[in-house]
Write a new protein. Structure first.
Length: 285
């Protein structure tokens, strides 16, 4: 009996049937991905190499991957990478594989809020620059613990050192093995963390809450900026106003004229961007 010639076409046909019998949902697609990886070519290149007979060492590597796939190892772990949202991510058994439904979450987030993605921590820091202008709709950073050029925890520490995490709440996305690190970051000021796999709707709810926290922090920062514009004398007058004292009482307590108190009051209201003492008290409560 003649020995069968194991061309690319025959390898794909046999592997497709084998994987289908093992319960694989997309047997032909996975066979193509694994064979292209074994041959060191793109999947599309297989279509013009159907009649080529790969050398024995490449077929052996392919057989070993098929064996592991049949035993349940995901294709992404076998080839060492996975495309997610048009980006190529390195993966291994040490990390979780990006899921199609998570890509749906990203698209939904982009639809509902103004969002941007960055290939690396360095690209993100370059975007921030030295004087980042916070967005009027709020800021929130979704940060994976494991990234190509640094850890999420290290990037978080960099942002915290620059005083940015108050107005840019950080939500960590983490695999099981990174939970202790994420909890530690939470204690140091991170907004929240989610262990993969996570509920998409719950994450989106927390993003909305983080955006509101960002706006609240921005409002507070604005108030502090306005307070810093007051002179020490104006701060004294303001404290007495907030204590409910009338102009005449303030004048007597500070040993100044009522006219001077009125001038100070006018400057205080203008600098704090309010019209009345009631609004001032509400702003500073």
């Amino acid at each position: 009996m003649a020995t069968e010639t194991w061309t690319v076409r025959r390898l794909l046909e046999w592997t497709k049937d084998f994987l289908r019998n093992k319960g694989v949902e997309s047997p032909l697609l996975e066979a193509q991905i694994l064979l292209a990886h074994a041959l060191g070519c793109k999947k599309i290149d297989l279509y013009v190499r159907h009649e080529e007979e790969p050398p024995e060492d490449r077929r052996a590597a392919f057989r070993e991957m098929i064996k592991k796939r049949a035993e349940g190892m995901p294709v992404a772990y076998l080839v060492g990478h996975r495309e997610f949202y048009s980006l190529e991510f390195a993966v291994s058994p040490a990390v979780l594989i990006p899921r199609p439904e998570t890509e749906t979450l990203v698209m939904e987030a982009l639809r509902r809020i103004k969002a941007a993605g960055y290939d690396s921590a360095r690209a993100f820091l370059d975007m921030l620059g030295e004087d980042y202008a916070f967005r009027p709709e709020g800021d929130c950073l979704l940060l994976d613990m494991r990234m190509p050029d640094t850890s999420g925890a290290r990037l978080f520490d960099t942002l915290a050192a620059r005083g940015l995490t108050g107005r840019m709440p950080v939500i960590f996305l983490t695999g099981h093995g990174d939970v202790p690190m994420a909890v530690d970051s939470l204690k140091r000021g991170a907004f929240d963390f989610f262990e993969k796999p996570f509920n998409d709707n719950t994450l989106m709810d927390r993003v909305q809450e983080a955006l509101q926290a960002s706006l609240d922090a921005g409002d507070q920062a604005l108030v502090q900026t306005r307070l810093a514009s007051l002179s020490s004398r104006e701060r004294e007058v303001m404290d007495l106003i907030l204590d409910g004292k009338m102009n005449k009482v303030i004048a007597d307590m500070m040993g100044i004229s009522m006219r001077t108190v009125e001038v100070h009051r006018s400057h205080i209201l203008a600098k704090m961007h309010v019209r009345t003492a009631v609004e001032l008290a509400r702003l500073l409560k």
